[in-house]
Design a protein around this ligand. Structure first.
Ligand SMILES: [Zn+2]
Ligand SMILES: [Zn+2]
Length: 294
């Protein structure tokens, strides 16, 4: 296999974003602290985060539910601010990850090392073209195509311009752009990247012993529930990543709430008996985990 070439656009952007994020922390500590700016940054982070986990991932990559036009537009807009590519390109990579896990065809193959799976794969040109044949179904959605075409301007609008405009309301547009734009972006990157690195390195193989994916409750805390990655690799079409009521999966709760509001439908759930059978087959000796299937 040929040596991958550095993607200098990505290298310089990732490096610059980290420097600006570090300056955002300095700004809060030494120049100006505002609870409004911090609170807004948190809310923006939640909206952008759910757009990746509930939108890019569970909706577009896995079709785990159907979403109305307003909900699709919302996730495509805020998803752009996460600067993780268009939903179409992201889903092509992610479907390749599921179809070819732990092989050379996996874009973030954990066998190439922790840092490759975390961020290395972003910093190099992919040796293969993106396999857009994997996302033909998504190409039929005009909203997805619109976001794919206008991804960079949308990222600027949702990642910088809108936070700046909101910041004007409490007189701190620069701080709001730094915190809700750049600091939020870098934190969100590492949360998303940790799914490809940490959950393919640490945790429990609760449902599938063959896959390199693990279930990890502590990674779920910072990834809106995506830490239950062993379950997800075993049952990727399920709209849930955590199946217990006490497990932290706010993306599942968000999708459920959207369904209650009439904005989502056809939430797909794997039958409890199949989940229980997979758990037994994985031979985890923990009877407290047993599902009650009626
Ligand atoms: Zn994975
Ligand atoms: Zn997935």
């Amino acid at each position: 296999m040929q040596n991958p070439r550095l993607n200098w656009t990505n290298v310089l952007f990732v490096l610059s974003a980290h420097l600006v994020a570090a300056f955002a922390v300095y700004y809060l500590v030494a120049i100006r602290f505002s609870w409004w700016t911090c609170g807004f940054g948190l809310v923006w982070g939640i909206l952008c985060g759910l757009s990746i986990t509930g939108g890019y991932h569970r909706l577009f990559s896995h079709a785990a539910y159907r979403a109305s036009k307003p909900l699709r537009a919302f996730t495509l807009g805020f998803g752009s601010a996460a600067v993780q590519n268009s939903a179409l390109a992201w889903s092509a990579d992610h479907r390749a990850h599921h179809a070819r896990t732990d092989t050379d065809g996996d874009p973030y193959d954990i066998r190439k090392g922790f840092w490759w799976a975390h961020i290395g794969w972003v910093l190099y040109h992919s040796p293969d073209e993106k396999d857009l044949a994997l996302v033909r179904d998504l190409s039929a959605d005009p909203l997805v195509l619109f976001q794919h075409r206008w991804y960079v301007p949308l990222a600027v609008v949702f990642g910088v311009a809108l936070p700046g405009l909101f910041g004007l309301l409490w007189g701190d547009p620069i701080g709001t752009i730094l915190v809700a734009g750049w600091l939020r972006l870098v934190v969100q990157w590492h949360a998303t990247f940790s799914i490809n690195s940490l959950t393919h390195s640490f945790g429990r193989k609760t449902f599938d012993r063959e896959s390199s994916a693990f279930d990890s409750w502590w990674i779920a805390l910072v990834t809106f529930g995506e830490g239950y990655h062993n379950f997800h690799h075993r049952f990727p079409i399920d709209y849930r990543n955590a199946v217990r009521w006490y497990q932290f999966d706010p993306t599942k709760w968000w999708i459920w709430t959207m369904a209650r509001l009439g904005l989502a439908s056809n939430l797909r759930c794997v039958p409890a008996e199949r989940i229980e059978a997979a758990r037994r087959a994985s031979r985890v000796p923990d009877e407290s985990m047993a599902l009650t299937s009626s």
